[in-house]
Each structure stands twice: as C-alpha cells, then as structure tokens.
Design a protein around this ligand. Structure first.
Ligand SMILES: *Cc1c(COP(=O)(O)O)cnc(C)c1O
Length: 316
C-alpha cells in the first residue's frame, strides 16, 4: 500500500483540528459525546471540504491548471471553500452551480461575491450537463483547467478523510463510534476507509442528509481511494453504515435537525447548520435516545462546518 505522505498535497488547513468532550450533551445522551472541530479548518468559515481540497488542488497545481471548476447547489459550502482556496493559491475559480436552494445574495453566495467569484447557474436536474459545460467553457478559455466534482467527493478527495483518521488516532482518545454527515459521500468514504485500515475497533456511521443511493455511492468512492492507495483491501457495501437524516429533503430544514441545532446552541454554545451538521447531530441524538450507545461508549461527532448556510436558510 502507498503511504498518504507520497501524495501531492498543499497545506490549506490549520490541522490537527481540536477534539473535545461535550459535557452537557453527554449528560443528556447518557454516553460520552465528543466533537471534532472540522469547522475550524482555518480558511473561509472552515469546514470539511478543506481536507479534500488539500489533495485535489495539489493535483490541479501539478497539472498546471489556471482555472478550477466545481459545482454544487446554490448554497454549496464546497463551492465557496473551493473559491476561497483557489484565491489563496492564485488559481481562478469558476463555479457552475445547480439552480436549487436559496439563490439570493446571502450565505455562501454573499461570500463568493466578496471574493469576486465567477458564479454561473444552470437549471438542470443532474450534474452531467454541468460537467459538459465546464469542458465547453474551459476549452473556450484556451487555458488549462481542472474539474472538481460535486462535494470534492472522489477517491482523491476522500484521502483527506482517510488522513483525518490518522490525525484522530494521534489525539489520545479512542472512539467506539464516529458519526458524520453524508451529503456527497466523500467524508464518510474517507473516514470508513481510514477506520478499516487504521482504526478497526471504531464503527463509522454516515447520517444521510440527501436521498441519493449512498449505499452504492460511498463504497464506490472507497474503492476508488483504494485504487489510488494501491491496496487490495476489499470493501463490502454492507460494512459501510448509514442512517437516514434527510427529513423532508436535501437542504430543507427538518424538525429533528432544528431541534438538534437548538440543543447544541443551548447546551454547548456551538452553532450547527440546517443542511448538514444539524440533521446529522439530530440523527446522533436519536440513536442515543434509542439506546444505540452504551454509557461508557465514546462517540465522536464530526462537526464539518456549514456556518454559511445558517445565514441563508431559515431555521424555525
Ligand atoms: C459537504 C458538507 C458535508 C458532507 O460531506 P460530503 O463529503 O459531501 O458527504 C457535511 N457538512 C458540511 C458543512 C458540508 O459542507
């Protein structure tokens, strides 16, 4: 197997991010709940995409890209962080976003305008025609360009979260469970593969905040990452664990998510977002209520950022 250190990587994040115990939430849940502060990755408003972009943008640089394309829905945190990281690295970000969600100059769209980002919208149901448009615009520019898929969720991006498991393993606390939001699959894929390789006593659970078939998507990203790592580790789809957290649909606030946002704010002074972390933490609270965790278990929640969305989407 290749070592992670042998991959090109550009330092963008302030890593390692802290881990601390949520004392009040632990009391409420009757188990030990910890939080990994990936909201503090140190660029933009922080968030999980920075770990993926360290690998993806290193690859873009290596290939001599001047333009970097990516996509997502209108309030995509990933698109905003890609623009922020490109600005730091002197590459030109072009965001071709799906016309879906809050379109006003709020939240991440406001931050993108502060960075003078070229943001375009396409009213299409799937991303395929957006990737074609990237090729069209890229070729017409005559410059070298690089395409990052939605959420940065491919094998290379997922390596950022394989490495996050290494980071966690050096932070001095063992975990029975890791719970993360799952929106395009790369974070969960990286954590699950990392745990399989380096932390086999830990069960990773992805809380699905969208209705895509993650039972296939996530193991597929893991297999792609295995290929890059040149390991013949077998990934069985049924060893990758998911729980449902989408509620009424992607980026539509849910009752459980809103309740979780308030519980976290009231008890710990931390602000989850309505699209990802609120819903995923709602799923963790539900598992605790249902008795999924033992009193002496240690459960780590990946706080993956998302503050931009909190200022765009109404939480009732
Ligand atoms: C993108 C995102 C996620 C989901 O991560 P994926 O790797 O896309 O599944 C979770 N939280 C926040 C804040 C995000 O922006």
């Amino acid at each position: 197997m290749k070592s992670l250190d042998s991959f090109k990587r550009i330092k963008l994040g302030t890593l390692p991010t802290p881990i601390h115990r949520l004392d009040n939430i632990s009391r409420i849940c009757g188990t030990n709940v910890w939080i990994k502060r990936d909201d503090l990755t140190g660029i933009g408003l922080g968030g999980n995409k920075v770990r993926k972009l360290e690998f993806l943008l290193a690859d873009a640089k290596e290939q001599g890209a001047e333009i970097v394309f990516t996509t997502g829905q209108a309030q995509s945190n990933h698109a905003m962080l890609t623009a922020a990281c490109c600005r730091r690295l002197g590459m030109e970000p072009i965001l071709i976003l799906k016309k879906r969600g809050v379109m006003g100059k709020k939240g991440n769209l406001l931050l993108e305008s502060l960075m003078d980002t070229d943001v375009r919208f396409m009213d299409v149901p799937t991303y395929d025609s957006i990737y074609e448009e990237m090729d069209r615009v890229g070729k017409a520019s005559g410059k070298k360009y690089y395409k990052i898929p939605c959420g940065g969720s491919n094998g290379l991006g997922a390596l950022g979260y394989v490495d996050c498991i290494n980071e966690i393993s050096k932070q001095g606390q063992a975990f029975d469970y890791i719970v993360c939001p799952e929106g395009s699959g790369g974070t969960h894929a990286g954590l699950s593969l990392g745990a399989k390789l380096f932390m086999p006593e830990t069960t990773v659970i992805g809380a699905k905040v969208d209705t895509d078939p993650f039972e296939q998507i996530t193991p597929e990203i893991m297999r792609e990452a295995c290929k890059l790592l040149e390991t013949d580790t077998k990934i069985n789809d049924d060893e990758v664990y998911h729980v449902d957290a989408a509620g009424p649909g992607y980026a539509i606030p849910s009752e459980e998510g809103n309740e979780a946002i308030k519980i976290m704010a009231h008890n710990e002074g931390l602000f989850l977002d309505p699209v990802y972390t609120g819903k995923a933490f709602g799923a963790l609270l539900k598992m605790a209520r249902e008795g999924r965790f033992k009193p002496d278990d240690n459960v780590l929640f990946i706080y993956s950022g998302g503050a931009g969305g909190l200022f765009a989407i109404d939480v009732e």
